[in-house]
Design a protein around this ligand. Structure first.
Ligand code: NFE
Ligand code: MG
Length: 596
């Protein structure tokens, strides 16, 4: 049956249905179903979160000062970002200000997460959608060396180096123990890189695996551990003592120097490996401009990285805030988390119950009441096993909307908003990439655009880290070693009832937590996370979510090998643990790929 969605997509679910479950190389449990027409072009898409975790329910009646430690465990991937968002929500509710050093350290923690997440996402979760590992076996190491040296002066680029990598890879393949490279669609016609580019990318896959463990040391220095570093309402939980005496584990000059040296390595890795790889790989795929979905239409960013402590105004935020509707880049709308007209969550197609499901709820009044029921498909059979019914409830992800619109969030959304605001630090790198690849601005709104924006952001983030690290050191040297204000820690001093909101830009996009505090305890707590926006199911009016929209009209070269689906869905870096915040017995793996 053909239908038109209010957000501008034509759907047809009459063709063959392809089920991909579970989608791998993401965080959490997710299923995608698409219908393809007789030419194997995707004409309908259904995305579903198949797990539920109930963290919002677990938080009820707890001490608001502990909320960060619970919410942080929503996810081990965007580790720390929920904690940061949570302490901001509590500070906003109780009027708690943090010291300058805490602001710099929080920004360093958040930026370290961005860079770590982006590098790991590209190399370890996404690259193999573009890079054919098996093809690397037939590369000429000498030609690979020449290619590597033509794209950057990264030192690991000799013919011998690539020969060694190739030999290691060969042993791996011959052993039959492919490990992380198992079950790839090697040899699929959608792979376009020459063997040498594949070999270079495989080498960088291994290098990135080694390097990522250095990045997270920043979390262990400022937050004691990773994943799930420590946070604190009122500041950060680390003491500063430059001469190394006094508090055990205090931040001293030696530790600060280690942070500085990791930041230098991050900047170099981004400049000489990550960004050049994106450009090199992008140059072979620039015809493959599918996957735009909502990105050229409706995008949302909350902004983050306050330059000044406690100032969350647009002017203070280094990552931009705003909403773009219907692709009109000339108008960036202001975003207000406290406005009940702006952000609402719907559950028409989600496995939750609302008193009135024809209405959305602002998160301060949000309700999280699970209500799992299997939909019935057109044939009238129970469907979760075989085929979802998108006309019924079909996902554990709620459907958040901004002024009624389904929105895409993430690095591309942030960069397009910065671009639309004419901010040179976002506009210039984007224009350089487009010029180098010979592509128009519209090419940004694609799977490739999402992947490129993430690389540019990783590079930008490295420089911001250097900025906040220098700011931190200068402030400490000027005699300020304060890292926390705990003067408002006593619940007896709090108002009887109060509410607050904290927001951030997590690696995957706009994140906010809303809290209501009553008699010193959490009365209601709601998280609306990036993958809730992107992975949203349909809403009451039939608007499809960003994942779903991104798949429509994409041709598949072989539906039994759904590489194009993975390529586009992976470009969002989905995290289902975040978005569904008890797995049902029906949520477990049912099949890898089914073609019907
Ligand atoms: Ni679990 Fe997360 C991020 C948050 S969800 S990864 O980034 O918040 O999309
Ligand atoms: Mg939620």
């Amino acid at each position: 049956m053909t239908s038109q969605t209010p957000n501008g997509f034509t759907l047809d679910n009459s063709g063959r249905r392809i089920v991909v479950d579970p989608v791998t190389r993401i965080e959490g449990h997710m299923r995608i179903e698409v219908n393809v027409d007789e030419n194997n072009i995707i004409r309908n898409a259904v995305s579903t979160g198949t797990m539920w975790r109930g963290i919002e329910v677990i938080l009820k009646n707890r001490d608001p000062r502990d909320a960060w430690a619970f919410t942080e465990r929503i996810c081990g991937v965007c580790t720390g970002t929920h904690a940061l968002t949570s302490v901001r929500a509590v500070e906003n509710a109780l009027g708690i200000a943090i010291p300058d050093n805490a602001n710099s350290i929080r920004n360093l923690m958040q930026l370290a997460l961005q860079v770590h997440d982006h590098i790991v996402h590209f190399y370890h979760l996404h690259a193999l959608d573009w890079v054919d590992v098996v093809s690397a076996l037939s590369a000429d190491p000498k030609a690979t060396s020449a290619l590597a040296q033509s794209v950057s002066d990264w030192p690991l680029s000799s013919p011998g180096y690539f020969k060694d990598i190739q030999t290691r890879l060969k042993k791996f393949v011959e052993s039959g123990q492919l490990g992380p490279f198992k079950n790839g669609y090697w040899g699929n016609a959608s792979y376009k890189l020459p063997p040498e580019a594949n070999l270079m990318a495989v080498a960088h896959y291994l290098e990135a695996l080694d390097f990522q463990k250095e990045i997270v040391k920043i979390h262990t220095i400022f937050g004691g551990k990773n994943p799930h570093p420590n946070w604190l309402v009122g500041g950060v939980p680390c003491a500063i003592n430059l001469d190394g005496t006094g508090a055990v584990g205090a931040i001293n000059m030696e530790r600060l120097n280690l942070v500085t040296s990791i930041i230098d390595q991050i900047i170099e890795f981004n400049n000489k490996v990550y960004v050049p790889d994106i450009m090199a790989i992008g140059s072979f795929y620039k015809e493959w401009l599918y996957g735009g979905g909502l990105s050229g239409k409706n995008i949302l960013a909350y902004g983050d990285l306050p330059e000044h402590a406690n100032d969350y105004s647009d002017a203070s935020l280094k990552l931009p805030r705003g909403a773009i509707i219907n692709g009109n880049l000339a108008e960036v709308h202001p975003v207000d988390h406290a406005d009940p007209e702006q952000i609402q969550e719907f559950v028409t197609h989600s496995w939750y119950k609302y008193p009135d499901e024809t209405k959305g709820l602002h998160p301060w009044d949000g309700v999280t009441e699970p209500h799992y029921e299997l939909g019935l498909n057109a044939k009238g059979t129970r469907t979760n096993i075989e085929q979802l019914d998108e006309a019924a409830k079909y996902s554990w992800i709620k459907a958040p909307r901004w002024r009624g619109h389904a929105m895409e969030v993430g690095p591309l959304a942030r960069w397009v908003i910065g671009y639309a605001q004419n901010k040179a630090e976002f506009k210039d790198p984007v224009d350089r990439v487009l010029t180098d690849l010979g592509l128009p601005v519209s090419a940004l709104f694609s799977t490739l655009g999402r992947t490129a924006a993430r690389a540019l952001e990783s590079s930008w983030a490295g420089h911001q880290m250097r900025y906040f690290q220098n700011k931190l050191i200068a402030n400490i040297k000027a005699g300020d070693s304060s890292t926390a204000h705990i003067d408002k820690w006593k619940p007896e001093t709090w108002p009887k009832e109060v509410k607050g909101v904290g927001f951030s830009e997590a690696p995957r996009g706009a994140l906010a937590h809303w809290i209501k505090i009553k008699d010193g305890r959490i009365d209601n707590y709601q998280c609306v996370v990036p993958t809730t926006w992107n992975g949203s199911p349909r809403d009451l009016k039939g608007n499809i979510g960003a994942f779903e929209a991104s798949l429509i009209d994409t041709p598949m070269s072989d539906p039994a090998q759904p590489l194009e689906i993975l390529r586009t869905i992976h470009s969002f870096d989905p995290c289902l643990a975040c978005s569904t915040h008890v797995m049902s017995p029906h949520g477990q793996e049912m099949a890898r790929v089914q073609v019907r």
